[in-house]
Design a binder for this molecule. Structure first.
Ligand code: HXC
Ligand code: NAP
Length: 293
């Protein structure tokens, strides 16, 4: 067994309908693939109709599952309401919403126009708010329970990060929304959780966060104590567990899957890892020599 293998039993999501925003590429597509393999129907959405139609065709061929591709810009509430309607008209009801759609790029903050900053906030924070509000209100109105919202954030939602300030600001808001609604809407039978991934190479993220030769210059695997980036299947395994009934008592949690990356940056003395093994004898002797001084 290893971390690239599939974790849950074959029918773990049988009978569930799951909406994945941004489900036509990257991590959204990886999660969608595994949800389908576990028996769920999946609605994928993004702004690009051609892209999601192609992804749906490929996923149906690959898994034999049922996929509905619905174009929807999460920044526009009326498009999200149309997504709710289309998903429910097709499958009867929706059980799980995965807020995965995002926009991001690196930039010194002083170079950003007000609109550039707003664009990221609108996709990440307002988009997540739009989907959460539209699906949440629908479930409450229909008196439907046992619903799950899974939000994809990042570890800089709580550490903050230079050069991706709009994204950090927005993801922090999404995390606050996750924890707040986990309490407020539990009475309606909804659970809210989040995943904070470390580096998982995708074209969408790498093109915007590590353009050109930055990929070679800043090898993100080196920042991770486990010295590797994430595999899409291990993120899909975690997501499948969190949207399944096996995690029924997990609510309001954010689960980090980053090989220890953010803690490595946080611990005051973690940089001592650069000290070569052979130096430790000398350092220990120097410290012991101070005894009684
Ligand atoms: C400065 C920029 C810019 C850049 C765009 N803008 N790119 N400013 N530097 N590199 C400005 C534009 O000039 C414009 O402002 C405003 O931003 C909106 O740009 P548009 O191109 O009109 O926006 P839009 O077509 O809506 O595209 C949104 C986008 C784009 C975010 C800019 O990159 C996109 O579609 N991204 C979706 C996918 C994505 O980002 N995936 C990565 C997720 S990774 P003005 O003032 O000129 O009008 C992620 C990882 C987190 O979140 C953690 C990783 C470890
Ligand atoms: P990605 O492939 O670029 O995914 C982003 C998706 O969001 C795309 O499918 C995109 O599709 C969609 N999207 C963007 N704007 C949208 C809008 N306005 N309305 C609807 N859909 C929109 O990148 P990814 O790496 O897989 O990222 C997926 C999630 O993981 C994001 O939440 C990201 O913040 C998070 N994350 C990723 C990493 C990583 O290392 N990859 C690390 C931490 C967190 P269209 O362009 O077709 O609309």
């Amino acid at each position: 067994m290893d971390y690239t293998q599939k974790m849950l039993q074959a029918d773990a999501l049988k009978g569930k309908t799951i909406v994945v925003t941004g489900g036509g590429s990257g991590l959204g597509k990886a999660m969608t693939t595994y949800f389908l393999e576990l028996g769920a129907n999946v609605v994928i959405s993004s702004r690009n109709q051609e892209k999601i139609d192609l992804a749906a065709k490929e996923l149906i061929e690959q898994t034999g599952g049922s996929v509905l591709a619905v174009p929807c810009d999460v920044r526009h509430y009326e498009q999200v309401e149309a997504l709710v309607k289309k998903a429910c008209d097709t499958y009867g009801s929706v059980d799980v919403l995965v807020n995965n759609a995002a926009g991001n790029f690196i930039s010194p903050t002083e170079r950003l126009s007000a609109n550039a900053f707003d664009t990221i906030i609108d996709i990440v924070l307002k988009g997540t708010k739009n989907c959460t509000l539209a699906f949440g209100k629908h479930w409450i109105a229909q008196k439907q329970t046992q619903k799950v919202v899974l939000n994809i954030v990042t570890t800089y939602a709580w550490t903050g990060s230079a050069y991706v300030v709009p994204s950090a600001t927005a993801k922090a808001g999404v995390l606050a929304m996750t924890r707040s609604l986990a309490v407020e809407w539990a009475k309606y039978g909804m659970r809210f959780n989040a995943i904070a991934p470390g580096p998982f190479p995708t074209k969408g993220a790498w093109d915007r966060l590590l353009p050109g030769n930055l990929k070679e210059q800043f090898d993100l695997a080196k920042k991770v104590p486990l010295k590797r980036v994430g595999a899409h299947q291990e993120l899909a395994n975690l997501a499948a567990y969190l949207v399944s009934d096996f995690s029924a008592y997990i609510n309001g949690e954010v689960i980090t899957i980053d090989g220890g990356e953010w803690l490595k940056g946080a611990g005051q003395f973690n940089l001592l890892e650069d000290i070569p093994e052979e130096l430790w004898d000398m350092l220990e002797a120097m410290i012991r020599a101070k005894k009684g001084n």
